[in-house]
Design a protein around this ligand. Sequence first.
Ligand code: ATP
Length: 235
Amino acid sequence: MLLCVKDLKVHYGKLEAVKGISLEVFRDEIVTILGANGAGKSTVLKAISGFKQITSGEIWFLGKRIDRESVANLVKSGICYILEGQRVFRDMNVESNLILGAYLRNDKEGIRKDLERIYIYFPVLKQRRKQKAGSLSGGEQQMLVISRALMSRPKLLLMDEPSNGLSPFMVDEVASIIKEIHKDGIDIIIVEQNALLALNLAKRGYVMEVGKIVLEGSREELLKDEKIKKAYLGV
Ligand code: ATP
């Protein structure tokens, strides 16, 4: 098992945003967390990635308890969180943005190889590697944000609303990027408002309502579920 979250509770002051949830991610999985605004999805990702202190519960990653680790240690162990609406460094060129993603690594040769691999994935980033990141289109900036995360060599990527603000064309593009990344051995938790997109990508999913998991199942089970169809798929 890659990740195991047990009875996780997280507070913002007095507000209990996550009320004792448990979830798992196995190797070779994309898992999605669905839910309305404010359900607590981002908070779960923040807790796993060390950005938010937990109140109680346990988080295990590759057999090691990680819920008191720093963000930097978690990145080093292979957990990388792409925040909702995360931006590029607009005044730096594309390549410098990518290299920043490797800030905790010191294997120069490995970094160079990963950069080359990213340029194969995303030829447009290679073409524009000396241009300021702020001059890229919205979709290209999203590619850069994902690529920068890949430069940390994650084993588990936490993606918060990757399709947010993108045109339908770019949403398809980002979906195929996510599939490619996964084929290359990176497992993913994806939080999305676009439930159809998320369920197309994911093998399994969890549904959160006001801090609790109210439903879980395989992609097929969730796509068939009447409540999901009504609330999230607009059927
Ligand atoms: P969204 O899609 O809107 O981001 P979400 O399911 O990711 O929704 P969270 O962002 O995790 O939900 O928020 C869960 C609850 O915690 C909400 O009630 C929200 O208002 C509250 N919350 C989130 N961040 C903070 C914060 N920094 N301070 C106080 N309350 C917060």
